[in-house]
Design a protein around this ligand. Structure first.
Ligand code: ADE
Length: 242
């Protein structure tokens, strides 16, 4: 649900998502909220009660647009996600949960936001893509669509899916290299040319840890805490069984 459906078209017709839609693996339908306004001038926004800068999207067009979608898909248990900086943070886990729900409605705000009363009526989840403010929910909605879609079976080829596991363990991905073997006097790390799979796996794990520690100390701390817990639980189980 958006006032700017044209923003989505280049994204939905390109690359992996474009192919998935073409092959009918995922299906996206854009609803222009403006098509549902009762106002004869097609107005969808108005001034904010209590004052303040900017315009607010009105309840009626959004509510009627939402009703039309529910009628069309005949699924009243569907989740309606309001894409907003006032939401909980979108993470890989959020995408995994949404990828399992079937149909999803994404509601994109624009201007200063949306009348709270319609949000109370229709929204099941409030989600933000990060602690910064964009001009509208369209780009965040596309970020979510991309991230959720690549988890739908068949969207990625097997080769691509194999590379998706990395964020699951809460670590950043290790560095990767392709041909040529030497570029600007920089060689590919020796171990990657060795063909020794165990050593390669060990090197990659170490690089993941190092990179996470340097670039995302918050993730690194969580990882260490979780692993310490797991180790503790393992030790307890061993104690119990002996
Ligand atoms: N709309 C504007 N900024 C946003 C953000 N960071 N996340 C989600 N929706 C938004």
């Amino acid at each position: 649900m958006t006032l700017f459906p044209e923003m989505f078209e280049p994204v939905l017709s390109s690359s992996i998502i474009g192919k998935a839609i073409e092959n009918g693996i995922i299906n996206v339908k854009l609803f222009n909220i403006r098509d549902y306004t009762n106002d004869k001038h097609k107005k969808v926004d108005d001034y904010t009660y209590g004052g303040g800068a900017g315009m607010l999207m009105q309840a009626q067009p959004i509510y009627d647009c939402h009703r039309a979608i529910l009628d069309e898909i005949g699924d009243t248990s569907i989740r309606t996600v309001y894409v907003t900086p006032q939401g909980s943070l979108f993470k890989q886990k959020t995408a995994e949960s949404l990828a399992q729900t079937g149909n999803i409605i994404l509601l994109c705000g624009h201007y200063e936001g949306i009348d709270e009363r319609v949000l109370e009526e229709i929204v099941t989840d409030n989600i933000s893509i990060g602690d910064y403010v964009l001009t509208g929910g369209e780009l965040p909605a596309m970020v979510m669509m991309d991230c959720i879609s690549r988890l739908v079976p068949g969207v990625l080829s097997n080769e691509e899916s194999a590379q998706t596991e990395s964020f699951d363990d809460g670590l950043l991905e290790y560095p990767q290299y392709t041909r040529p073997e030497v570029w600007k006097s920089k060689s590919v790390p020796e171990v990657l040319l060795s063909g020794h799979h165990a050593n390669i796996a060990k090197w990659r794990e170490e690089m993941s840890l190092l990179r996470t520690k340097e670039r995302r100390p918050d993730l690194y701390e969580n990882y260490c805490a979780k692993n310490a817990r797991n180790e503790g639980e393992k030790a307890q189980n061993i104690d119990k069984n002996t």
